[in-house]
Design a protein around this ligand. Sequence first.
Ligand code: GLU
Length: 518
Amino acid sequence: MARKTRVRFAPSPTGPLHMGGVRTALYNYLFAKKRGGDFIIRIEDTDSQRFVPGAEKYIIEALNWCGIVPDEGVDAAGNVVETASERHPHAPYRQSQRKPIYRQYAEQLVADGYAYYAFDTAEELGAKRAEMEAQGQTFIYGLSTRMGLRNSLSLPEAEWKDLLETRTDWTIRFKMPENRVVKMDDLIRGHVEVNTDTLDDKVLWKRADELPTYHLANIVDDHLMEITEVIRGEEWLPSLPLHYLLYEAFGWTDTQPRFAHLSLLLKPDGKGKLSKRDGDRLGFPVFPLQWVNAEGEVSRGYREDGYFPEAFVNLLAMLGWNPGNDQELFTLEELVEAFSLERVVKSGARFNADKAKWFNKEYLRKKSVSELTDLYMPVLESKGITGFSREYVERVVALIQERATFVADFWDIASYLFVAPSTFVEKDAAKFWKEENYTLALKVADFILGFEGEFTKENLEGPLEEYIRSNEWPMGKVMNCLRLALVGASSGLGIADIVTLIGKEEFARRIEYIKNTL
Ligand code: GLU
């Protein structure tokens, strides 16, 4: 019987989640949901030296913001689940809390001849490394060196058994078999073969902190959590032979998950991996949410930069996957429907900051005026702008929605609909505020002030243009002169739009102000 699809995202809380990590989570989520399966979050925190406070919380919050909601691993309140229940049968989902589980598995491998105890201290290993490097060789703990090191394969039984009792700093290492070709299949890369002679004897478990290393914990948990596919970043591809051999050693090959290694996200110029530092250097975020490190340094986040989560998810999905047609805009539900690993590309996906903005602009265009107004009202408030009705703000938003990429742009595009300009762009003023223009512009202003019909754009626009045209005045120059008075610059919305929004009185005030100022 086919097993239920179960995939997991297994971040290590060693810092904020890079957008590449969010993409990995997203692809796992899409894969699971498309197959009616489960998406699980597991926190791989067994490396206490790399633990960063706040990182776990950040990761969960980031996934939440994206709408990537796990079926297991995190409860409704966003906490990693610690106690097993019907919905979370495999709890705890934090590896540090699963500590007692792993030792027996490591010991079982030793008993079955797939692993051994190693007693070398860090100093001894350092000396060995230095000695080999002095001879122009690189040191690996493995087939060619293990018999010359201090472990349960090289030492007499009585001696290592004694060390096992008396010392608390030993490890269990995997015994990499000699000259075996490991044949592996990757759902994205196809068939891969590696000879074990190039591989080292990785540490699986450490007596010092009684914790497993990533490799052991990962395999044991994927097995216990009944994971059917492992979808992860390509930096884990070199570990795949070891993982295959571990499944074999445990006798779990029948239920071994299938593997898919995702290619990297590349820098905009395509040269190398998009790194955590690239964002600040090149002026775009690489993190989903803003992150402040222990030194107080701030890294930008998509959320704080004004991206909509739907746009962020959409742009991430398209970095390394395509639907096989021209469609670029997908809701999360549509992505679930369209996604398949077959259409994930093998090569690295180049990040394009302009394209990222394009996605946000498209989502902003599709939003309702009411939703955008909800988002814009607090921005206005933060600028000390009060006293405008919601209806007024909605009219402004409707007028400028098409021009903006982010909600924050609304202010830059049309702050003059809330506050009168107090300065005028110098080069625009020099170009348009000339006597031959402004005498005409002031006449047009009088025409507007004397306009008797109801003050709407539809009523005003036609007669206004007709008035200028019939007098054979230069339309562009006159309009730009008026715009200078209303906007502070010669660019901006149409005069009829501005005037009907700010109203006659405010219009008159701005005309007076520019007359007295310029
Ligand atoms: N903890 C690993 C990481 O942070 C997970 C790798 C995997 O998915 O197997 O990338």
